[in-house]
Design a protein around this ligand. Structure first.
Ligand SMILES: Cc1cc2nc3c(=O)[nH]c(=O)nc-3n(C[C@H](O)[C@H](O)[C@H](O)COP(=O)(O)OP(=O)(O)OC[C@H]3O[C@@H](n4cnc5c(N)ncnc54)[C@H](O)[C@@H]3O)c2cc1C
Length: 258
């Protein structure tokens, strides 16, 4: 079947052909165009100063370069050099984030496949539940989490803050075994990278950090501009609508049944 797709055709033509050949496959055309030229084009659009100010917001000026790093179309050095040349000190935050990716890679080089298991004991009780269908199927009834799961499955790309909120919900609220969740998540990402993915899940779970990552409704609402909370069917019984102290107490004060 694949040989019927002409490689000299345009991207739009190839997408149309693929839809015809595999009508049963759900999803949308990738928002990412492959190749080195597309990677460089995206890099040239980087505004590293605006990135530093807005990166935590879902509509902030994030780079969306991760698929290009992941698939070898761009190096971290090229991106850091570009940012430092054009934005000097204002590129600090962007270069700092590139360094996280580099750090995770170095941890992977040192630990190998051990990054797929808890590196340290968790600092709070964590669960070992299987990944439930409602999370995979975006049917938890929480508008934010369902939107993040849908975005993951449909596009393969999710903003860093949404990845953090989602992982925290899955591991700490739903007590899912982080390894099962990380494996599923990795498989859905267009930038899926074992070092960045599995070590980030461990960072959230507290098996490779000094404390668990938690968020509350105020934090999510602020950085998502309230778009999910407004339409959420669970807005009156939002599990995140608490102070950090009471969240901690609720989630970790008692051992739960598996
Ligand atoms: C649960 C979870 C799973 C993740 N899984 C992956 C993964 O499989 N592959 C992956 O590339 N990244 C992963 N990340 C890290 C981060 O979310 C993505 O790199 C980032 O969202 C990619 O979007 P961007 O290129 O627009 O990032 P930007 O915010 O524009 O950042 C620029 C670059 O810096 C690096 N970077 C930014 N934030 C991080 C971070 N927290 N950790 C490591 N590197 C970072 C990335 O290379 C990114 O492309 C994960 C984070 C979490 C919390």
């Amino acid at each position: 079947m694949i040989e019927r797709i002409s490689l000299s055709s345009s991207r739009a033509e190839r997408n149309a052909q693929l839809r015809q050949l595999f009508p049963e496959v759900a999803g949308v055309d990738s928002v990412f165009e492959g190749g080195r030229a597309a990677a460089l084009q995206r890099l040239r659009k980087l505004d590293a100063a605006a990135y530093g100010r807005t990166r935590n917001s879902l509509d902030g000026r994030v780079s969306r370069l991760s698929p290009y790093f992941r698939h070898g179309m761009l190096t971290l050095h090229e991106a850091a050099d570009f940012a430092l040349t054009h934005f000097k000190g204002a590129s600090y935050k962007f270069v700092f984030e590139l360094a996280w990716r580099d750090f995770w890679r170095r941890v992977q080089a040192a630990y190998g496949a051990r990054i797929e298991q808890s590196i340290e004991p968790p600092k709070v009780p964590i669960g070992q539940r299987e990944l439930p269908e409602d999370i995979i199927n975006a049917a938890t009834g929480l508008a934010c989490m369902d939107a993040f799961a849908r975005e993951l499955v449909e596009t393969g790309y999710v903003h860093n803050h949404a990845r953090m909120w989602f992982a925290s919900y899955v591991v700490h609220h739903r007590k899912v075994d982080w390894r099962a969740a990380a494996q599923w998540y990795y498989g859905e990402l267009i930038d899926g990278d074992r070092a960045s993915n599995h070590l980030s899940w461990q960072w959230i779970a507290s098996t490779f950090s000094s404390k668990p990552y938690l968020f509350n409704r105020e934090n999510l609402e602020r950085y998502s501009d309230g778009v999910y909370c407004e339409q959420c069917p669970a807005k009156r019984r939002c599990p995140f609508d608490q102070s950090y102290e009471s969240l901690h107490e609720k989630l970790f004060s008692t051992e739960f049944s598996q």
